[in-house]
Structures are given as structure tokens and as C-alpha cells.
Design a protein. Structure first.
Length: 371
DNA sequence: AAGTATACCAACCGCTTTCTC
DNA sequence: CGAGAAAGCGGTTGGTATACT
């Protein structure tokens, strides 16, 4: 069916653009005295040359006395993400669970803040699943490349020299093609590490994804909808059959403020990653999520998972079991990658130690970039 | 200090849904 | 029941503030 415009704009009298304080005052005064009633007639009665729609929006999004202004609290952020995972872009429904917040405000906040943070963390903000592309790793690979080329104090390597370093024992040796292929291998490793970040973060009590519901959802590669509990007060028709209606509030740890406060990757963080490589001898102490890589099969003694343990136990939901001899990873192609890596490490004992350093660095960076 | 890039958010646009007659 | 009006909603735009070079 056809529709007439909500306002007669043909006359050219309808004002657009930002509202002036005088207009705000007129609108507030009128609504205080008479209520808004019909928005279309309100604008004329209030002496405003505005479209009724514009008046409604101005009132609803800005002038309403119960509007809560100011920055979103970590709790509000958590609620928004939780509800978005359940409801999608139903901003008005989300807003109905956040007293004083408007759908427009929440929508803007999502698009300008939360969305970016989730993307930086490797989470698809639309699906709430881990991202399948690895573009977000580009900073990490750049960091590595920079470390390789500029770390003159480290005998590890130097891309500016034909032999990739002053130390003839370095891992990256040979012709340019070989070097590139080794770098490529390293990049592949980074990708795998990143994808395993979600698995390993489950062991970190400070990381909200460590919550069993969240963790399991990523472990299983399933949509978060299937595991995140419904927010209290959410109507059953809003969360549908995918959630457990018998459970109550989400715990604060589901989406802790840390999750967001540390979500952004910055150059400063990357620099710190690099510094840690220089200063740290025992990376496992600093970052239990990514114990130092060793070429031989890792031994599990404390029940915690390491990246590589899990890569070797693709289907293992618990890490208390010894790794199997068949190397597998979440990525089908990683078997080859780890075979390559092992071969590389076996080439030279000394070069292996430098590769370990690099891998430690990438582990730290991967985890730090994920906070 | 000036120019440019980026972030933020109020407001608009157009489609859908609900209400009224 | 159907048509038209009104309200609701979500995507997008554009102006302004801030950061960066």
C-alpha cells in the first residue's frame, strides 16, 4: 500500500538538522503540559516547524527525562553483548533491558565500540563466533617481520643480510625462496595459535571466555546462542528455544569488564610483546596459556592445556590425557605445518632454540592481543 | 599552526508493524 | 476485512570533536 510522507515537506517549512535549545524547550514544555499525543499534530501545536517523526525521535532519544546519559558501564557493555548474542540487532529489545538507554544510543555504542573490540579479539560480532579470516593477525606478522629485520642485538636473524643473520646457526637460512617459505610457515603457525586462543583462554580465570558456557561454545564451534544463558528478565519469546530458560542471570564473569578493557590491540602492547621476548627466559611462567614449545611431545602434569597439546588432541575435551602420536589440529592443514616445523627444528639444535624464542613471542602476543 | 584522518553520535530515511476507522 | 495513518525500528548519513601528522 502506498504511503504519504509523514510530513508535508513540499512547503519547505519543515526544519531539519540539529535541534536548537529553544526548540528543545518548546518540545519539553508542550509534552509536560499536554503529553505527546499525536506526534504529527504536536509539532504544529508546540509551535515547531518540525516533522512529527523528528519530534518523536528527539524526545525519545534525547529529551525524555528518564534518559541516562554518559558512558556505558562495564555491566551495561556485558549486558549488551549478551543480549546481542541472543537477539541480534534488535536494538529496541536490547534497550528495553537497559533502563535509561535508547535503542539509538545502544546501536551507536555497538557500532563504534563493541563491534570493533570483538573484531580485534577475533570474534565475529554478527555471529559471536571466532572469525574465520585472519586479517586481524596482520599486526602480529608485521611485528615478527620487524623483529626479524631490526633486532641487531639478537643473533637470531637479520633479514637485511643475505644469510638471514649474523649467526650462521639461525633457523632461517638458505635462498630467498626458502626463507620466504619458512616465514610463511611461521605465519601459518600464528594463524593456528590464534585460532587456539579461544580454546586456551578457557584456562585463564581472568578471561571471561573461560566461563564454561562461553568456552564450550567456542570449543564446539557452535553458536554462542546455544550455550549462553538467557539474561534475567528476558522473555521466552526473545531468547527462543536455544537457551535454557531455567537458568538465571549470567554471571559477571561471562563478559567481564576486562574482556573489553583489554580487547584492543595497540602498538604499545606489541612493543611490550617484543620486550618480553628479550627479557624473558621462562615464558611459561608468564603465560601459562602458551608454554614454551618443545619439539618433542609435551608432557601434561597439571591438567591444564597448552596450545600444542590441544592441537595434538583435536577431539579431546579434557587435557588430562597424554597426547597421541598423531598430530592433529583444528585446521586440517596444520598437520603438515607441524610436520614442517618439527623438521625445521630438527635441522639444527641451535636454530631450534631461536625458533622457540619466536614461538614464545608469538604466543605471548597472541594472548595479549586477545585480552 | 594547519591540514588530514578518525571517532563519535544526533538525526534522517525508508521500510515494517500496529492501530484506527 | 481492508485502507490509510501513525508509530516503531534499524540502517545510514553527515556534522562536529578529537587525534594525529
Amino acid at each position: 500500500m502506498g504511503r504519504s510522507p509523514c510530513c508535508d515537506e513540499s512547503s519547505g517549512n519543515v526544519k531539519k538538522g540539529p535541534w536548537t535549545p529553544e526548540e528543545d524547550e518548546k518540545l519539553i514544555d508542550y509534552i509536560k503540559k499536554h503529553g505527546h499525543g499525536s506526534w504529527r499534530t504536536l509539532s504544529k501545536r508546540a509551535g515547531l516547524n518540525r516533522c512529527g517523526k523528528s519530534c518523536r525521535l528527539r524526545w525519545a532519544n534525547y529529551l525524555r527525562p528518564d534518559i541516562k546519559r554518559g558512558k556505558f558501564t562495564p555491566d551495561e557493555e556485558r549486558i549488551i553483548v549478551n543480549l546481542h548474542s541472543l537477539l541480534g540487532n534488535k536494538w529496541s529489545k536490547i534497550a528495553s533491558h537497559l533502563p535509561g538507554r535508547t535503542d539509538n544510543e545502544i546501536k551507536n555504542f555497538w557500532n563504534t565500540h563493541i563491534r570493533k573490540k570483538l573484531l580485534q579479539m577475533g570474534i565475529d560480532p554478527d555471529t559471536h563466533k571466532p572469525r574465520t579470516d585472519f586479517n586481524h593477525l596482520i599486526n602480529l606478522t608485521h611485528l615478527l617481520a620487524a623483529a626479524m629485520s631490526s633486532n641487531s642485538g639478537n643473533p637470531m636473524m637479520n633479514m637485511n643480510t643475505p644469510t638471514w643473520g649474523r649467526n650462521p646457526n639461525i633457523a632461517l637460512q638458505g635462498d630467498v625462496t626458502s626463507q620466504l617459505s619458512q616465514l610463511h610457515l611461521l605465519q601459518n603457525l600464528l594463524q593456528i595459535m590464534n585460532s587456539n586462543t579461544f580454546v586456551n583462554l578457557g584456562n585463564n580465570p581472568n578471561f571471561p571466555l573461560g566461563n564454561p558456557s562461553f568456552n564450550n561454545s567456542y570449543l564446539n564451534g557452535s553458536n554462542i546462542l546455544q550455550t549462553v544463558e538467557p539474561f534475567a528478565g528476558l522473555k521466552s519469546e526473545e531468547y527462543g528455544s536455544q537457551s535454557n530458560p531455567t537458568t538465571g542471570l549470567l554471571s559477571q564473569s561471562d563478559y567481564s569488564s576486562d574482556f573489553f578493557q583489554h580487547g584492543l590491540s595497540t602498538n604499545t602492547q606489541e612493543l611490550e610483546c617484543y620486550n618480553k621476548l628479550s627479557n624473558t627466559t621462562n615464558q611459561a611462567e608468564i603465560n601459562p596459556l602458551f608454554p614454551a614449545l618443545v619439539a618433542s611431545s609435551p608432557v601434561i602434569t597439571d591438567g591444564t592445556c597448552s596450545s600444542f597439546n590441544q592441537m595434538e588432541n583435536k577431539n579431546s575435551s579434557c587435557c588430562n590425557t597424554a597426547p597421541t602420536s598423531t598430530a592433529q589440529s583444528p585446521n586440517n592443514n596444520s598437520n603438515t605445518i607441524f610436520d614442517d616445523l618439527e623438521k625445521l627444528l630438527q635441522d639444527d639444535e641451535t636454530s631450534a632454540s631461536y625458533w622457540k624464542d619466536i614461538l614464545d613471542l608469538t604466543s605471548i602476543c597472541a594472548s595479549e592481543n586477545s585480552w
